[in-house]
Design a protein around this ligand. Structure first.
Ligand code: CDP
Ligand code: CDP
Length: 226
């Protein structure tokens, strides 16, 4: 592609996708695109509009009539919908617990996937999500599937929450993660699954630096640099 490779990073909740994807993008001077933020943005707007999570028709209309944009930031990126910043708001418990229902709507996926494909068209991009290597960018030159034990993923989210002053019990976080993984893996349209040609990295016992350097190795290999 004109601007470099397409790097797809998929995996279940809290496997470290966005943390690692941001770092990898920085290292190669690539764009970073958090597709989960797009599903979260639509979910937030749906909740704010008082629309029921099973109203596929109205939610599809929301996607059609919304503009989701990103702006680079020191900590990654800011997220906007229709010009309003929603970077923090899309991380709420309510959005987190509702997003899988919205993401299961076929027309929502079709529209957001098309937007994601347009963003990635020229390459030079690291895109993270659930279906990037399987559905959005099936020809991506680099495909990574990050996994980690659910206990470790719950601990990671717990630590993150504590830093934000939120104290949800660890067991509750684990149940939330399991419920979301189940829904994401069992929906009809482009469920969370590892692409046949993706490289799986189990991050349970790895540091962020170790994961980043593993992925950087794969990219350099593909670019033929060492
Ligand atoms: O909480 P976490 O960072 O793991 O999730 P996220 O990447 O922000 O994604 C939130 C939700 O959006 C997921 O649980 C999926 O339901 C949905 N999603 C999706 O269906 N497809 C994508 N490519 C990205 C996210
Ligand atoms: O995007 P996704 O939901 O897959 O995960 P994340 O929000 O990037 O990462 C969840 C948390 O795990 C973050 O607080 C990271 O600092 C931490 N973490 C990690 O991402 N990778 C490791 N190898 C170890 C910890």
């Amino acid at each position: 592609h004109k601007n470099g490779l397409q790097v797809a990073i998929d995996g279940p909740a809290s496997a470290g996708k966005s943390t690692v994807a941001k770092r990898v993008a920085k290292q190669f001077n690539y764009i970073y695109c958090d597709t989960g933020a797009m599903y979260r943005a639509i979910t937030l707007k749906t909740i704010r509009a008082g629309i029921s999570l099973d109203n596929a028709k109205e939610i599809s209309a929301i996607v059609k009539n919304s503009k989701i944009t990103f702006a680079p930031d020191d900590n990654g990126q800011k997220v906007f919908i229709d010009g309003d910043e929603i970077t923090q708001d899309i991380r709420s418990e309510e959005v987190t617990n509702s997003v899988s229902a919205v993401a299961a709507i076929a027309d929502v996926r079709q529209q957001l996937s098309a937007q994601q494909q347009a963003i990635a068209e020229d390459g030079g991009i690291v895109m993270d999500g659930r279906d990037i290597g399987t559905a959005v960018l099936p020809d991506a030159e680099v495909k990574i599937f990050l996994v980690a034990s659910v206990e470790e993923r719950a601990r990671r989210r717990y630590k993150e929450n504590i830093q934000k002053g939120i104290n949800t019990p660890l067991e509750e976080l684990q149940l939330e993660i399991e419920a979301r993984d189940y829904k994401d893996s069992h929906r009809k349209v482009s469920p969370l699954t590892k692409a046949a040609d993706a490289q799986e990295i189990d991050t349970t016992a790895l540091t962020i630096d170790q994961v980043v350097s593993e992925i950087a190795k794969v990219i350099k290999n593909q670019l033929n640099i060492n």
